[in-house]
Design a protein around this ligand. Structure first.
Ligand code: 0YR
Ligand code: MG
Length: 370
């Protein structure tokens, strides 16, 4: 099989209730700039990144896919995905201008499309190609009830609905708002409404300084939260190490880290407990696997961030032993051929061949903003 053509696309899907916010980001749409990789066998692989749907920037990613990496892929055998990853990752004219950021997101989308092709060629869902089992339990925790711009009553009733009507046993709440007391009041209100056996994750999206985090994250232990995510600035290894030594609540992070070596620094420093790689910010499934292996070897659980809205990560969780808990956010549901499916709080192993990344025809024809 040979690669004959690359065809970029840009999907912009509306988020819940027209707009969500955490302490650092606010957005109206989720972006999925990506690529269809066509072959002479008639099979097409799809892969995409995850963005805040900024059209000019998504076009840079699509352009990088097509014009920077594209010529390196034409005529190649897509089945040689690891060799192609090495070739693309180490192509010096590209990494000269970016070993992270736009070039890395572009490479991630390509890598995912190549794995999608490989699984489709094998006629298997990706998790099976990677050696996973459908009998594995992959629990979903839901992030879509806890946004910082929801009034307290809305957040409490959304979380109650997710637990009582939709069957989740774990939800994530955003913190890091202007008032630490308000943050704590919101977490306390949800804990009181949900009872002691539901798991609550908290996420400050990198907002606090170290002393703020020591003070506010230090008090989350009163509400038995599972973790505090990105308490301080994303890249600060030493700050997270000091915080981990100081507070009792475990630390989760990784959604903003671009490279496996950055994860190694956090892991070796003892600055992270729940490791949260995202295949669409790392350079794809290939680099995700490197991080998951590292975490597993360090006895750390991997709870991926879902910049792909879990379409790919569900496969990786059914396949990798470090992953048994996976975020869920529903924003790409309507634009995917086989949207991720959760029953009674657990992901159901997808049966369709591929990586779960095939957009619907309607998405490609009507939502495509290229
Ligand atoms: C905005 N999950 C997150 C929103 C989410 C963000 O980017 O999607 O809060 O990515 O932190 O853990
Ligand atoms: Mg987060």
């Amino acid at each position: 099989m040979k690669i004959t053509r690359l065809e970029p696309f840009i999907l912009h899907a509306p988020v819940t209730r027209g707009g969500i916010a955490d302490s650092t980001h606010s957005l109206t749409h989720w972006g999925a700039p990506g690529v269809a990789i066509h072959t002479d066998a008639g099979l097409t692989g799809y892969g995409f990144s995850g963005t805040h749907a900024h059209l000019a920037t998504d076009r840079l990613i699509a352009d990088c896919i097509l014009n920077s990496y594209g010529p390196l892929l034409l005529g190649e055998d897509p089945g040689e995905v690891r060799a192609l990853w090495e070739k693309l990752h180490k192509h010096s004219p590209i990494y000269w201008v970016g070993r992270s950021g736009i070039t890395h997101l572009a490479l991630g989308a390509i890598d995912i499309a190549l794995w999608d092709l490989k699984a489709k060629e094998a006629g298997l869902p990706l998790w099976k190609l990677l050696g996973g089992s459908a009998a594995k339990r992959v629990e979903a925790y839901n992030t879509d009830g806890g946004w910082l711009n929801w009034p307290l009553e809305t957040m409490v009733s959304d979380c109650k609905r997710l637990i009582e009507e939709e069957g989740y046993r774990a939800v994530k709440l955003k913190v890091g708002g202007p008032s630490p007391n308000e943050d704590l009041k919101r977490v306390e209100a949800v804990r009181r409404a949900l009872g002691p056996s539901i798991r609550i994750m908290t996420d400050a999206n990198g907002r606090w300084s170290l002393p703020q985090a020591i003070q506010t994250a230090g008090r989350l232990v009163d509400f038995d939260v599972t973790w505090i995510e990105e308490p301080i600035y994303f890249d600060d290894v030493e700050g997270h190490r000091r915080l981990a030594e100081t507070i009792r609540t475990p630390i989760a992070l990784g959604e903003q880290l671009y490279t496996a070596s950055h994860f190694r620094d956090f892991i070796h420093a003892g600055a992270v407990h729940y490791v949260q790689p995202d295949a669409v910010r790392l350079a794809g499934i290939t680099e995700f696997w490197q991080v998951a292996e590292m975490a597993y070897g360090s006895s750390l659980p991997v709870a991926p961030h879902v910049g792909d809205m879990a379409q790919v990560h569900q496969h990786l969780c059914f396949a990798h032993p470090a992953c048994s808990l996976l975020e869920y956010i529903p924003w790409l549901r309507d634009w995917m051929e086989h949207p991720a499916h959760i029953e009674d709080g657990y992901y159901v192993a997808p049966e369709a061949p591929g990586a779960g990344t095939t957009p619907t025809r309607r998405a490609l024809e009507e939502i495509n903003r290229i």
